[in-house]
Ligand binder design. Structure first.
Ligand code: PMP
Length: 340
């Protein structure tokens, strides 16, 4: 028998998929960890489970309790799923400018949405600050507890990758892994997997794949937190050293323009049947760059974070893409005509 006791036990243990084209082109074995196969369809299910179980273990939450977070994306979806499975409530503080699809998804999962005006972090009414204050108040008022998930600075996020993602990659490759590459959102994935793999193989090559508008490539190559340009990628791109990134340093760092990650995302879709969000394009672009630096014969792992469907109205919208100076995929505008 092979039965998971609940949906939480279906988080993680995702397959490693060989990326044929990237492997052929580099002479390396490039593998993608299929995080889009998690129950909430993203890598953030792991962080959600890690943050909530940590709060339960510390006695801050019990069934009936509340999880509060300021987020619009995958983390909110992961938190709502884990909370539902444990009989808890989710409160998501979201800037009112966010896409309707995201708000609808969170609402349909049963999360309570608190919509607030979109204002910068330095303003007291910024959504993350509102989330922190709301969590503090609910924790006082609510007998079953309430926590601020705080994904950027709560290291339960990084720790879950040390405990699960890294040992999974090690076991799945029989310890034959030479490099790991990832973008940074909170930094939980990259810093956590790096720590877990370095414990097992101290000389493993760890690489950052960073996007325009983020400051981490600049930080790790020059020591300066400097951002340039902007990107249509979502869920990644960091401007500061979060608590999850403290003490972390990559061995390699790559700056990936949107045109490069988009081209790779479309090729993965059309040539390998892997329809993924753009952060996965960034990650695979980084894996190809690392393969070229390390030379043929190496095994390199990266993350396939979430599915393309989550970005339908942007990734497959020629008008939107052209407005950003990007080329839409050929099959969208010129589908091959077939006689009925
Ligand atoms: N890709 C996507 C689509 C994400 O939503 C996130 C999380 N924000 C990441 C990558 C990066 O993960 P992390 O927060 O662990 O750095």
């Amino acid at each position: 028998m092979d039965i998971r006791p609940d949906v939480l036990a279906a988080i993680g243990n995702t397959p490693l998929i060989k990326l044929r084209r990237a492997s052929e082109e580099t002479g390396c074995i490039i593998l993608g960890k299929a995080e889009f196969m998690n129950p909430g369809h993203s890598v953030k299910d792991r962080a959600a489970l890690g943050i909530i179980t940590d709060a339960i273990d510390r006695g801050e939450l019990c069934p009936g309790g509340m999880i509060v977070e300021g987020t619009a994306g995958n983390t909110g979806i992961g938190l709502a799923i884990v909370a539902n499975a444990l009989g808890m409530k989710t409160v998501i503080v979201i800037p009112e400018t966010q896409a309707k699809e995201k708000k609808d998804t969170l609402r349909s999962l049963g999360a309570t949405l608190l919509e607030v005006p979109a204002v910068p972090y330095k303003n007291d009414n910024n959504y993350v600050k509102v989330a922190a204050r709301t969590a503090e108040r609910l924790a006082r008022e609510h007998p079953q507890g309430a926590i601020f998930a705080n994904q950027f600075d709560n290291v339960a996020n990084r720790d879950v990758h040390v405990r699960t993602t890294a040992p999974e990659i090690w076991a799945q490759t029989d310890g034959k892994v030479d490099g790991f590459v990832s973008a940074i959102g909170t930094g939980g994935t990259l810093a956590g997997v790096a720590a877990g793999l370095r414990e097992r193989r101290p000389d493993i090559a760890i690489a950052l794949a960073d996007v325009p508008g983020a400051a981490m490539h600049s930080f790790y190559t020059t020591g300066e937190l400097k951002a340039e340009g902007s990107s249509i990628t979502e869920g990644i791109g960091q401007g500061r050293v979060t608590a999850n990134l403290e003490g972390f340093e990559p061995d390699h760092s790559f700056f990936i323009p949107d045109a490069e990650s988009l081209d790779i995302a479309y090729r993965l879709l059309k040539e390998e049947g892997l329809a993924l969000g753009l952060s996965s394009g960034v990650n695979v672009a980084g894996a190809i760059r690392l393969a070229r630096e390390l030379g043929p014969g190496k095994t390199i792992v990266t993350m396939l974070c979430d599915p393309a469907t989550r970005y339908q109205s942007r990734l497959f919208n020629p008008e939107f893409l052209r407005s950003k100076g990007l080329e839409p995929p050929s099959w969208l505008e010129n589908p091959q005509p077939i006689e009925p």
